[in-house]
Design a protein around this ligand. Structure first.
Ligand code: 5GP
Length: 196
């Protein structure tokens, strides 16, 4: 791996949480409001959704390409989620941080465990729903079919069991409020690091 040393001051922010909790919305809002923060685009083998742009939402690759990335040591972490591969480019994360810019990852709990092993300096944040009932309701609203919803419910319950592995837990009861809490939390982390 072509390692670029991470800048001590730039944050590595890892965000996890069950599907439907609103991670995408929170991250979009955070990025819009904080130009000093950049999203690391992941690789995935899942099919592109209509509204998604290759290279912006994900880098869409074949299973073969993904396996080559693993073999070449290009991935900081990778996991299978819902039958598809997802992985973080080690190079992208390093390049963003080397430029002194904070980097944000939206990854599942398995991926976060791997990143924690390699990057204990990261800021690990878990987004919680106000309740499991509310999570189910949001997924239904999104149009997930009933069977899918049941599978996702089980997956969500399993993922929620990892909340204690994270440095911070944030309840997404209201996106504006949750983003403000996230911003305050990141600011505290920056101040803490400057003091080291
Ligand atoms: P979706 O297919 O709905 O975009 O994402 C499904 C799940 O994959 C989400 O829970 C998200 O956190 C996870 N995910 C997205 N990118 C990555 C990645 O690079 N690594 C890992 N481990 N999980 C990811």
């Amino acid at each position: 791996m072509n390692a670029v040393p991470a800048t001590a001051n730039a944050l590595l922010v890892v965000i996890s949480g069950p599907g439907g909790v609103g991670k995408d919305t929170l991250i979009e809002m955070l990025l819009r409001r904080n130009p000093s923060l950049r999203y690391s685009v992941s690789y995935t083998t899942r099919p592109r959704r209509d509204y998604e742009v290759d290279g912006e939402h994900y880098s869409f690759v074949s299973v073969q390409e993904f396996e080559s990335l693993i073999k070449a040591g290009e991935l900081l972490e990778h996991a299978r989620v819902g039958g598809h591969y997802y992985g973080t480019s080690a190079r992208r994360v390093e390049e963003i941080q080397a430029a002194g810019v904070d980097v944000i990852l939206k990854i599942d709990v398995q991926g976060a465990e791997q990143v924690r092993q390699r990057r204990p300096d990261g800021v690990y944040i878990f987004v919680l729903p106000p309740s499991m009932e509310e999570l189910t309701r949001r997924r239904q609203e999104r149009g997930d079919p009933a069977q899918l919803n049941l599978d996702r419910q089980r997956l969500a319950e399993w993922e929620m069991g990892f909340v204690d592995h994270y440095d911070h837990a944030i309840v997404n009861d209201d996106a504006e409020r949750a983003v403000a809490e996230l911003e305050a939390l990141l600011e505290r982390e920056r101040v803490r690091r400057r003091g080291r």
